[in-house]
Design a protein around this ligand. Structure first.
Ligand code: AMP
Ligand code: ZN
Ligand code: FE
Ligand code: FE
Length: 283
């Protein structure tokens, strides 16, 4: 029986709650076949994951979830097998992480008007070097007793409708796809059905992403809606895009369970065939 292939997870190098080694141990414990480490805008967790998986039977697919922006909308792009030293990609991810940092400072300043919260609270929960995101601000709010858990903090305080949300710098999706391909990577549009069928990417715009080098759509994702998935499958068929399935696991930071969605082995083989920046870390 082929094992589960989970191609989207986060560690404490970004906004997951487990260290890369703990994440790998959990995947080994569940008997996963392959695990992609896809922290936001960083490849800093790869080495620890590779070392931890050595000799275990678990394949590590090195990846990243790149932040992009289309107009006012945040769009996430999974990038597999990129060269972690590609100059253009490294420069762009540094710019995004820096933008995330100043944006988080701005959000904490706004929150500080209504909540007992300051920047030290965020650094205390985020540690050093992690790609900063709203989950860290959520954790700081929880630590201060303003919310019972991360998910409630997102819903009740950090949602854009509440007025504390500040956008951060991110490149256009077309630019990001070109960057990923330029770094030998394989780009997949992350969770494209989380905003309902009425907000699924327009066909004409998807055609542009395909022309830029898009490889696939992450359709089997716990937060994609059922109607949106039907529409996305039709689009994947029409444009010859591959379909991936992944959990987007964040440790205890989100309800998503490791391995709850899986990618077909032949799609992973196609990723291996197209990715030239780095090889998978075979056990
Ligand atoms: P940001 O990119 O900084 O705006 O923060 C959004 C990120 O928070 C997304 O990657 C979500 O997957 C992540 N996230 C982690 N835990 C949660 C949660 N409990 N509720 C909502 N989003 C979450
Ligand atoms: Zn995240
Ligand atoms: Fe995402
Ligand atoms: Fe994610």
């Amino acid at each position: 029986m082929p094992g589960i292939i989970d191609l989207h997870t986060h560690s404490s190098v970004s906004d997951g709650t487990l260290t890369p080694a703990q994440l790998v141990d959990e995947a080994i414990g569940l008997g996963l076949h392959a695990l992609a480490i896809t922290d936001h805008d960083t490849t800093a967790g790869w080495d620890e994951a590779r070392i931890q998986a050595t000799g275990s039977g678990l394949t590590i697919v090195p990846g990243m979830e790149l932040s992009t922006r289309h107009g006012y909308r945040s769009v996430h792009l999974l990038a597999y097998l990129i060269d972690p030293e590609d100059e253009a990609l490294v420069a762009e991810t540094e710019r995004i992480r820096e933008g995330r940092f100043t944006r988080a400072e701005d959000m904490v300043r706004l929150l500080g008007r209504d909540f007992d919260l300051d920047w030290d609270d965020v650094t205390r929960v985020a540690g050093t070097g992690a790609t900063i995101g709203r989950p860290h601000i959520a954790d700081a709010l929880v630590a201060r007793g303003h919310a019972p858990d991360r998910t409630t903090a997102f819903r009740e305080i950090l949602h854009p409708s509440r007025g504390y949300y500040v956008p951060h710098y991110a490149p256009d999706p077309l630019t990001a796809i070109a960057l990923v391909r330029g770094a030998g990577g394989v780009p997949v549009l992350a969770h494209p059905g989380t905003r309902g069928i009425e907000n699924v990417i327009p066909e004409e715009y998807l055609a542009q992403l395909v022309n830029a080098g898009l490889f696939g759509l992450e359709i089997d994702h716990p937060e994609n809606g059922e109607a949106a998935k039907v529409r996305l499958r039709a689009l994947a068929e029409k444009f010859g895009l591959r379909v991936t399935g992944s959990s987007d696991y964040h440790g205890t930071g989100k309800v998503n369970r490791l391995g709850e969605c899986s990618t077909h082995a032949n799609v992973l083989d196609a990723i291996y065939a197209e990715g030239t920046g780095t090889g998978p870390f075979l056990p």
